[in-house]
Design a protein around this ligand. Structure first.
Ligand SMILES: Cc1ncc(C[n+]2csc(CCOP(=O)(O)OP(=O)(O)O)c2C)c(N)n1
Length: 320
């Protein structure tokens, strides 16, 4: 099921978040079993991905970082083609040549996954410039981490976007970690959003573990960009519940901090809320989980049955 055009209701967002979790947990298990290459998961950050992506239009472009599976799946990517990509199969979104760290999907408007930390910031700013110069419909949405925000490229990009009045949504997924370094060691203050003020750019921090709050904030941010043609910085304050990459025993993480954020798991939070509101019953949740599991099973079978690229493919799609 391609969920691209359906669903920014809380229940639809929840199902997509459950799909992202199941996809990444499957991928981690496959890596542990030696069946797939390594990956960086976004477990714990699903509300941020779904809440923002489901506020975008089809004509909008997405540029993202090494934790991109949630952004792609929220945009409607097929889990089978994503798994195939990570497993190096020719049916993957980039014909099996990108792996998880460089995956893009032109047909979904996902221009780039950058594994160069912060690389997507300047490139997304360039995409926004081209949208403006060509008078095309749509805005650019750029996902990056708090670590990327500590790099010079963040400041240069935001300054230029503000001065040139570019239609871009910068989304800082502040997940508290920058590989194995806590953000307390690399920045003063808790919030990246405050830095936008220096560039005369509107910004906001939202609870990144609350899908409905993220979505409402993203809808407002996107509407502001469309109305003004100017950039906006949205910070989703969240937590990376798994390690930096697979495998990672998280021995460097404060167990109390981890436990506190686990208790605020964005999926369990939304499930409980929708149950309490009477929007969903336990049977509905079980149905959702069954559909998600079936999708991931089909995806795994599709990827495993897909061929590797032919040797002649080695030098095709090479631009430089
Ligand atoms: C330019 C560059 N420097 C360092 C790395 C190694 N590296 C990969 S991910 C990462 C941490 C990035 O932190 P953040 O931007 O907060 O994203 P997160 O991993 O927390 O999602 C680092 C240092 C890299 N890939 N690129």
């Amino acid at each position: 099921m391609n969920q691209r055009t359906t669903g920014n209701s809380p229940a639809a967002m929840l199902e997509c978040m459950m799909l992202i979790r199941a996809y990444e947990e499957r991928l981690a298990a496959m890596h542990a079993a030696g069946q797939a290459a390594g990956t960086c998961t976004s477990v714990g950050q699903e509300a941020s991905a779904v809440g923002v992506v489901r506020a975008l239009r089809e004509s909008d472009r997405i540029l993202t970082n090494h934790r991109s599976a949630g952004h792609l799946l929220a945009r409607g990517a097929e889990p089978g083609r994503m798994l195939a990509e990570v497993m190096g199969r020719s049916t993957g979104y980039c014909k099996g040549k990108s792996g998880s760290l460089h995956i893009s999907a032109k047909e979904l408007g996902v221009v780039l996954t950058s594994t160069i930390v912060g690389g997507e910031l300047s490139l997304a700013t360039g995409v926004a410039l081209s949208l403006k110069m060509l008078a095309q419909d749509g805005i650019a949405a750029c996902f990056f981490g708090d670590g990327a925000a500590c790099e010079g490229i963040f400041h240069e990009s935001l300054n230029l976007a503000a001065v040139w009045e570019l239609p871009i949504l910068y989304v800082c997924e502040n997940n508290q970690w920058q590989a194995f370094v806590h953000r307390n060691e690399t920045m003063r203050g808790d919030h990246v959003s405050a830095w936008a003020e220096r560039y005369g750019m509107p910004s906001r921090t939202v609870d990144g573990n609350d899908a409905e709050a993220v979505h409402a904030a993203a809808v407002e941010a996107v509407a502001t960009i469309r109305a003004t043609g100017k950039p906006y910085l949205l910070e989703t304050y969240t937590y990376r519940l798994r390690g930096h990459f697979e495998p990672d025993d998280q021995a460097y993480v404060d167990p109390q901090e981890l436990a506190a954020w686990r208790a605020r798991d964005p999926i369990a939070t939304l499930q409980q809320r929708l149950l309490a509101r009477g929007v969903l019953g336990e049977a509905d949740l079980a149905d959702m989980q069954r559909r998600v599991n079936e999708q991931i099973e089909r995806a795994g079978a599709f990827a495993a049955a897909s061929p590797f690229p032919a040797p002649a493919e080695l030098t095709t799609d090479v631009y430089a």
